[in-house]
Design a protein around this ligand. Sequence first.
Ligand code: PLP
Length: 395
Amino acid sequence: MLSEKNYFKNHLAQTTPYPLELEIESAKGILLFDKEGNAYFDMISGIGVSNIGHGNPKVIDAIKIQAEKHLHVMVYGEFIQKKQSGFAKELLSFLPKSLNSIYPLNSGTEANEVALKLAKRATDRSKIVAFKGSYHGNTHGSMSISYNELRKAPFRPLLPDVHFIELNKLDQLNSIDDKTACVFLETIQGDAGVRIPKKEFLIGLRDKCNQTETLLIFDEVQCGIGRTGKMFAFEHFDVIPDILTLGKSLGAGMPIGAMVANQKLMSLLSDNPTLGHITTFGGHPVVMAAAEAGLKVIKEEQLLDKVEAKGVLLEKLLQHASIVEIRRIGLMFALEFESPEIVQKVVENCLSKRVLTFWFLSNPNSIRLAPPLIITETQIEETAKLIVEAINESI
Ligand code: PLP
């Protein structure tokens, strides 16, 4: 009989030749437990997902209660389902009034696909402006507006008429004109290694979109839902997008995506043609129950209040002569080193100390840290000590 590991290797699709191969048995708070009962500090939250930690009892209860009532009953958009409205009410309570309609979906990339479709439908234009360094997902549309050419080349042809400009370069906003359907931006670029825009740049971008009647789309699949210390990263900049895409931590551990827009704009997806986007499982009741419960946890337990202070503490404890730069907002970190080889060693040495860190696809000189927002000060001290030890052993 094949071991679990061999079965995984032989019968489940592989995404890389070198997967981490941890055999996880359970997870609680910021800890993952393997088969032998060893605890690992999850300092990446399953790549930006477990913002409220693993196994939150309120989320688990909500899932159980909904599972007893019903699972899937109909494709999205036909039936009135209590958990979809409950989820929408919770999410809207965090959003500005102009963003008042939600399309629940299955993943971040699907949310971005729908946003692209809505922008084309609304403007009758096809030109898209996106950013160097961007990552928006791995389906064809999202890949077209992502920058990393190495990852796109084998899958061309992709969407035409996509123009990439540089973050924080105000003069490049001239690429946005009256033929542009939308500008797509991760409010904080994740995969590029935590790149934070300047406020003046985002204000200039908003103005330029207004002047040219171009839709401004912020992708907060990774940086949304409290990761940066505010519920949505755009709140740091006083700029409101026309369309917002979400995913990852929005589902509190369940698979999710969501596109948010004004109701008038959103209504175009149900007209000419009707069914402008079709999704069978978007708004799945169990996912909606988990997401609603997760959003309530953030609000009721005031999880956002301490994110920045925790980020500051972790940053302080991670100061090290071998770190070239720390880029951080809230609890979203990139630690930049001199070479990808050092990065590789640091990630491996952290893993041997049972601290999970990770790489960035488009920034090989940095390691990624994004612990659950519930991490305690003691856990920050403990993990920072182990990471610093791992760095010392890597140089
Ligand atoms: N957008 C951003 C900013 C992301 O970081 C990701 C995933 O990492 C996606 C979109 C795609 O989300 P998903 O993997 O759920 O399709």
